[in-house]
Ligand binder design. Structure first.
Ligand SMILES: [Zn+2]
Length: 267
């Protein structure tokens, strides 16, 4: 009898969460996937700005004028074709041998000088920057926080119903969930697709994305020194997925107002 009441209680608790799901959905720009979002973009952007300030405190800005100019040119070209948003854009080359790049919620973009050194041209840089911007535009961090909130609510129901401590200490902080943790494989595919379209609309040859990811991943073992590879596993499936979106990207590239093709040679 007690078990029956516990289950009913848990179900009752969970109902408002289901209501929250119905109210908290949004369509991802460019892919039109319906996603769960219970967090506000202003909260996500605040976390992004705080984390970005910490990165800039830990690592010096690169004084390589060529790299800084290239990132500003690429970043501004991509942001001009990005779907409208409430971002306060910032593009920074950070001095570090690590081969990595990211875009935090709110449009805070950083590329490490270690990664700039392996870019052949501006179009390859556009592929990486547009991919990272794709994560931010798709609000993957907010989505992950939203699922954690929902899980926490479910676990809270279980903890109360079953009188245990399931809800305690299981979930990460907002910063970890919204900003720091690597994204899921499906998030990576979605960022690839958004990035491919954005770089093409910005006038960069979308074939550079396939060229970069194929070359960059070849022979690399995941380690802390090549974070981009460890967080962006690039295999035949990923390249094949990129290729399925190439016709749309090629069409966008043909329509782009200012074509840059591969842009300036970087290395
Ligand atoms: Zn990614």
């Amino acid at each position: 009898m007690r078990g029956f009441f516990s289950r009913s209680f848990v179900f009752f608790l969970f109902l408002p969460a289901v209501g929250g799901v119905l109210c908290g959905c949004r369509s991802v720009p460019i892919t039109d996937r319906t996603q769960l979002l219970l967090t506000s973009s202003s909260y996500e952007n605040e976390l992004g700005a705080e984390a970005f300030a910490e990165y800039k405190q830990k690592l010096p800005r690169s004084n390589n004028a060529r790299y800084n100019e290239a990132l500003n040119r690429v970043g501004n070209s991509v942001r001009q074709v990005a779907p409208s948003n409430d971002f306060q854009w910032e593009f920074t080359v950070l001095e570090s041998p690590t081969e990595n790049a990211f875009c935090l919620p709110g449009g805070k973009v950083a590329v490490y000088s270690g990664l700039m050194k392996v870019m052949k041209n501006e179009a390859e840089l556009a592929a990486v920057v547009a991919h990272e911007i794709g994560h931010a535009i798709a609000r993957h961090g907010g989505e992950r926080m939203s699922w954690a909130q929902l899980q926490a609510l479910g676990a809270l129901g279980l903890a109360i119903g079953l009188e245990n401590e399931t809800a305690n200490g299981v979930y990460g902080t907002g910063t970890e969930l919204g900003v720091m943790l690597p994204f899921s494989r499906s998030n990576e595919y979605e960022a690839d697709r958004i990035g491919l379209v954005l770089m093409a609309r910005a006038g960069y040859n979308p074939q550079a994305a396939v060229q970069f990811w194929t070359r960059f991943s070849r022979g690399k073992q995941s380690s802390f020194l090549d974070t981009l590879t460890s967080t962006h596993p690039c295999d035949a499936d990923r390249i094949a997925e990129l290729q399925t979106h190439m016709p749309q990207a090629e069409a966008d590239y043909r329509k782009a107002a200012a074509k840059k093709n591969y842009g300036i040679t970087l290395n």
